[in-house]
Design a protein around this ligand. Structure first.
Ligand SMILES: [Zn+2]
Length: 160
């Protein structure tokens, strides 16, 4: 393994939008099973290649991020992985563990988020958990198209 190339690579804006578009495509598969939770999609990238993807399952089943983390190949370090997710990872422990915490635990150091989750239990708290743990997080990649799809499923109220 070439350790000199360790750490997440830099992405051009075009690459960022391409991978977020793939996450957005994944999120379409979440419907209608995920409802009343929002349809979220996630891809995990290593060296410019998608190595895992996931979307939110039925209530009580893994969210998109957890599904993608489970789909990761076992081999290889996590610090050269970059995670793209359409919606802010959840900060709260509901029917499933917090995705923000799961991402931190995975060792992934680089995360791109489409848009924030207005759910009052989240609303930036998921971003905060990751940043406080030293994860590099950028919000707002491909936000227009992401919001155009997911907004109708978001609210500030209680969700499963
Ligand atoms: Zn979650």
């Amino acid at each position: 393994m070439d350790t000199s190339a360790a750490g997440p690579p830099a992405f051009s804006d075009a690459e960022l939008e391409r991978f977020m578009a793939l996450a957005l495509e994944e999120s379409h598969h979440a419907l209608p099973g995920c409802l009343p939770n929002p349809p979220v999609g996630c891809v995990i990238v290593r060296h410019g290649i998608v190595v895992a993807s996931g979307f939110t399952g039925a209530p009580g089943m893994p969210h998109a991020e957890a599904a993608a983390l489970r789909a990761l190949p076992v081999s290889g370090a996590a610090d050269d992985l970059t995670l793209f997710v359409t919606l802010e990872p959840c900060a709260f422990f509901g029917r499933t563990p917090s995705c923000a915490q799961a991402i931190v635990s995975s060792g992934i150091r680089s995360v791109f988020v489409g848009t924030l989750d207005p759910d009052l239990r989240n609303d930036g708290a998921g971003i905060e958990i990751m940043r406080r743990a030293g994860v590099d997080v950028r919000v707002g990649v491909l936000e227009g198209p992401v919001r155009a799809f997911i907004s109708q499923y978001l609210s500030s109220g209680q969700k499963a």
